[in-house]
Design a protein around this ligand. Sequence first.
Ligand SMILES: NC(=O)c1ccc[n+]([C@@H]2O[C@H](COP(=O)([O-])OP(=O)(O)OC[C@H]3O[C@@H](n4cnc5c(N)ncnc54)[C@H](O)[C@@H]3O)[C@@H](O)[C@H]2O)c1
Length: 275
Amino acid sequence: MAKLKVGVIGVGGIARSHFPGWAASEHAEIVAGSDINPKVLDAFADKTGATKLVTDPKELFQDPDIDIIDVCTPNNYHAPLSIAALNAGKHVICEKPLAPNPSQIKKMIAARDNSGKMLMTAQHFRFQGKSKAMKAELDTGVLGDIYHARSWMLRRSGAPVRPGFILKEHSGGGPCIDIGVHILDLTLWFMGNPRPVAVTGVARTEIAHQKGAWTRMDGGARIPRKFDVEDMAAAFVRFENGATLVLEVSWLLHHNTMGEDMQMWLYGTKGGSHW
Ligand SMILES: NC(=O)c1ccc[n+]([C@@H]2O[C@H](COP(=O)([O-])OP(=O)(O)OC[C@H]3O[C@@H](n4cnc5c(N)ncnc54)[C@H](O)[C@@H]3O)[C@@H](O)[C@H]2O)c1
């Protein structure tokens, strides 16, 4: 069977970690790429063998040979690009978060439903062996009713400083929708996707704007003054089934970790678990 043809949009960053996955697939292959920065297209072609390299993504949408669009741009461009791709009859895999807010995500889902094509978000933690094994165990009901969860993904001095992350016009938000979506997605999946009925939260920027604030990421850098997203967020969620969740996320926090502290504790009527 012929392989499905993939066009990648935004080829200079995380897209590079998608290339080995596509290359390993028996069912699909990268044939094209698009980026607003033409300088990254040559390296993309070298790595993937793609021959169609364009700065305007419309050329990928209009190409009848392309079956799948892999969206790897900063967050604020996910919805318009994915919707245009779905409307053009392509399947879409889109980096997380699907979009920075629910109204854009609803429009993406409507475009998916109208097109009859597939839309998937790249929440890769679900596919780790330990996540799949834990989900299978939880689905046996071993914890009884899960009535409380505590989840966090906390970094100390771990803010990316690329414009696509720290400027709201490109990112739509900070760590809450950057790394927070990873641990939130896993937690909701493990809890059986209960429907949230109330959320109380805070988003703060206490450290990023301090004189001398710096990050270990992106080769080590001062936090740019134009940083305009939160650097920490916390929330308390109540679900329809009575369960509750405490969620904490940060890029910059005086937390006792050198790397990233990502944990989830689930508490049920018969037992508890730690991821
Ligand atoms: N799954 C994960 O763990 C993970 C990790 C890192 C990033 N991401 C997600 O991937 C996305 C991109 O992050 P990144 O680290 O690659 O960012 P990046 O800034 O390093 O790279 C983004 C690329 O997209 C290009 N680009 C920017 N705007 C564009 C547009 N409108 N059209 C076409 N190309 C455009 C840039 O030139 C660059 O090549 C973000 O949504 C981020 O949340 C996910």
